[in-house]
Structure formats: C-alpha cells, structure tokens
Design a protein around this ligand. Structure first.
Ligand SMILES: Cc1ncc(COP(=O)(O)O)c(C=O)c1O
Length: 447
C-alpha cells in the first residue's frame, strides 16, 4: 500500500514512469547503489533522482537539468550555498574546527546570545543539538524535569522527528508503527484545519475554537500533562485563526502545562515573521529551531527556553558531541545575520502575499483546486476530485508534480493531494510567478 504522509509517495506507477523517461545513466547507477547500500525506508527509498549541484533557488541533476527548488526541506531560507555563509564556515574551519566537550568557544556563545536577542519574550537560555529530532527530545526531557510530570499532548498528523520521543508526540502512523512501545503518556488531539476540519466545522475560526476547546478539555481531564507541543503553523500547511494560540497559551497556563513550539521548519522567517508564533503574539515556554538554522549547509538545531526552566544542572539533557561545534554555530550565526541584513523575512511576507493572491485566482479558474492557503513561503494548493465531496485528487496531484518537474519546478505533495510550496526566503516575485505559471499550466493539462 502507498503511504500518504507528510512526504510524497515514491512507489507509484507515475514515479516509475517519470524515472524511466528522465533519469540518465549516472542517476540510474546512483539510485541502484543508493538502494544497495542504504537501509531502505519508506519515503526515502527509492530516491527521486540524483543531484550534483545546489545553488540559490536551484538544484541540478546529473543530466544537467535545473529545477527551482520549492521544497528544499525548509533548510534553504537563504538559498543554497550562500557565498557569505561559505566564507564564514571556511574561516571558522581555519580558526577553530571543533570544541571538545568541557570547552566552550566564541561562536557557540555568540550564537546563544544572538538567539536570546531575536527570540520572542524572555526566551534566552539555549542548548544546541545536531538535528531537529534531537532538539525535540531535549525539549520533552526539559518539560518533564521542570514540571515533574511526564505526559505530553500534541496533534494527530504532526511530524516532530524520528527519535522515540519525537515520534511519540508525532501523529503520523508511518513514523510510529513497527518499533514497539514509544514514549508513554503521549496523548494526541485532532488539529484545527480550515479545510477538511476533523471537528466537522466549516470555517477556520470555528475549527480553531473547537480545537482550542478540546485542548483545554484534555488538559483539564488528564490533569497532569507536562507539555503541549505543536508547530505554531502546521507545515501541511494549515494556518491557525488569529487568537488560537492565545487561547491555547491560556489553557496551558490554567493547567500547569508548558507550551513547546516546534519551529523547526517555520522559524527564522519562513512565514513572513521571524517566528511563526509572532503572528499571534504568543510566547511559548520552549522554542525549538532546526533546519534552516544551519543555512542549508550544516546540521544544527536549538532549544531556547525561559530562564526559569534552567532546571537541569544536575542532569544531562543534551550532552551531544556537537553541542558547541564552532563551525555549525558560526554557520547559524552567519545565517541569521544574512536573513537580517538581506531583509529576507519581509521578502517572504511580500512574495507570499503575491503568491496567495495568484493562487486564489487560479482557484477561481480551476475546479481541481479545492483550497489554497498559506503565509510567507509556506504555501499549499489542495486538489480535489469534486469541490462538493472534497474527495482528494491524489492522482491529479501526482500528475501535476511530475509534469512540473518536466518544466523545471520541484515541490512535494503532502498527504497525497496538497501541493506544498516552500521556496527559500530569497525567492522573487518573478520566480514565484514562473513557478505558479508552471503549476497552472500543469493543472490545466491535467483537468
Ligand atoms: C516540524 C518538524 N519537526 C521536527 C523535524 C525533525 O527534524 P530533523 O529531520 O532535523 O530531525 C522536522 C523535519 O522535517 C519537522 O518538519
């Protein structure tokens, strides 16, 4: 069976047919060897293609074809291979390539200070990890230690990473099954949605209201939940209504539950504000960053918390080998400076508004489009067989995906029928118009 999850499916006949038509000999060999040497896993195996170059907005495959990368795993906020970032990394490798544990170093401290400066509210104490999933584990451990409770509440359908804790708070069967018991006490609640609302509502306001009320209800009934953990904007994407997070924040405060925001994809400007949580003016107790923090070159993630949560002096929540790696820290610092100096957050907001207006026009022209939504560089176009029944048009979404690849645009589908567009923050209105032209042409050809 084909798993429909946050990644697009890679086992379909359309995928095979696209690969047969497009892959050159070098890519075919690499794909065969990839499958031979890597442990196979759902969504990762087989790969789509093999690439040899990533620069700015573009990736290039072994056959020399360039694709605008409107996926980029949300790591490429500043575009791939930013020259200023590469220089900073090279300089740092020359000056100090590593800091063994027990030693601190300038770049790690400078990054910690910078994050404290840009983070919302009084979030100001940090720990760094190598990847997002590990940072989620640290956040959960910290919430447990600070509250003396062990349970968590999170959304079905969410993805928070592959570790045991992260998979437990995640809400996708694909990442939870087949490995025995996960973290105990991981409770889930249905998320809000403007379209296909699990609470059966027909507006985002009503959905947000029902969802916030359910969160409050579960927190009260359960009574001893350490943390509510969620992405402030669901990467599917789904954008919460104004006031939603303020209600959840109040519910968490009422029940002694900490609020953890996973901003691994949305942080550092993706949604047109430095942090997605700032759209609703809500400060979490724990904020988790990752992905783009390493500038699309190096892996680094961070947990940023209120100083009152500095309760782990007698424990070791995140004593990772690369906890204070000067090169990854310097990369993160340079990345934030590039985002600030180049005005990329404002650009994401501007180009995102342009895109949404155009996507709404496309919706008025094509019945295949059931819904469009998003903010900044986090955008989605949901395809349906019929607007009345809202039956997901998975086959059409796949057809559009491969037709768009043929025209030089790469994006992924989420849950089978949501074309998810997450370009870098450097994207211009011209790039965006070109990408949406491609998508519209492909939709017109599919309808
Ligand atoms: C919302 C969210 N949380 C956590 C993670 C896990 O991050 P990593 O893959 O760096 O472990 C991801 C990765 O896709 C994510 O999208």
């Amino acid at each position: 069976m084909i798993a429909q999850s946050e990644g697009d499916t890679n086992l379909s006949p359309r995928r095979r047919e696209w690969a047969e038509r497009n892959l050159d000999a070098e890519a075919r060999t690499l794909l065969v060897d990839d499958e031979k040497y890597f442990l196979r896993q759902s969504v990762s195996t087989p790969c789509l293609n093999a690439i040899v170059k990533a620069e700015g907005l573009f990736i290039e495959d072994t056959a020399g074809r360039r694709y605008m990368d409107f996926h980029g795993n949300n790591v490429h906020h500043i575009g791939y291979g930013h020259p200023r970032l590469k220089r900073a990394i090279t300089d740092q490798m020359d000056a100090l390539p590593f800091a063994p544990r027990r030693y601190t170093c300038g770049p790690a401290v400078a990054l910690a200070e910078k994050l404290a400066t840009i983070a919302p509210g009084n979030l100001s104490k940090v720990l760094f990890t190598t990847g997002g999933s590990d940072a989620i584990e640290v956040a959960i451990k910290l919430a447990r230690a600070a509250t003396g409770r062990y349970k968590t509440l999170s959304f079905w359908d969410a993805f928070h990473g592959a570790g045991f804790g992260a998979a437990a708070v995640g809400g996708e069967a694909l990442f939870r099954q087949g490995v025995g018991p996960l973290m105990p006490g991981a409770e889930h609640v249905a998320p809000y949605a403007s379209y296909r609302c699990p609470y059966g509502t027909t507006s985002i306001e009503a959905s947000g209201e029902a969802c916030a009320r359910m969160i409050d209800y579960v927190l009260e009934k359960e009574g001893d939940i350490a943390a509510f953990i969620a992405e402030p904007m669901r990467a599917v994407p789904h954008i919460p209504p104004p006031g939603f997070w303020r209600k959840v924040r109040a519910a968490c405060d009422r029940h002694g539950t900490l609020l953890i925001f996973d901003e691994i994809p949305t942080g550092l400007g993706k949604t047109g504000k430095m942090f997605a949580s700032q759209h609703d003016g809500v400060v979490p107790d724990i904020l988790v960053l990752g992905k783009a923090l390493g500038g699309g070159i190096l892996p680094i993630a961070a947990v940023i918390v209120r100083p009152e949560l500095d309760v782990g002096a007698a424990h070791a929540f995140g004593h990772y080998t690369h906890e204070k790696n000067p090169v990854t820290c310097r990369a993160a610092l340079a990345t934030i400076e590039i985002i600030e100096d180049e005005g990329l957050v404002a650009n994401a907001a501007k180009v995102g508004a342009f895109a949404l207006a155009r996507m709404n026009e496309m919706k008025s022209r094509h019945p295949l489009i059931g819904d469009v939504r998003g903010v900044g560089c986090l955008l989605g176009i949901e395809l349906v067989v019929d607007r009345e029944t809202r039956a997901p048009a998975n086959d059409a979404a796949e057809a559009v995906l491969y037709a768009a690849l043929d025209k030089g645009l790469s994006f992924k589908t989420t849950f089978g029928n949501v074309m998810t567009l997450t370009p870098p923050l450097t994207v211009t209105e011209g790039d965006m118009a070109r990408a949406l032209d491609i998508i519209e042409d492909c939709i017109a050809a599919t309808s």
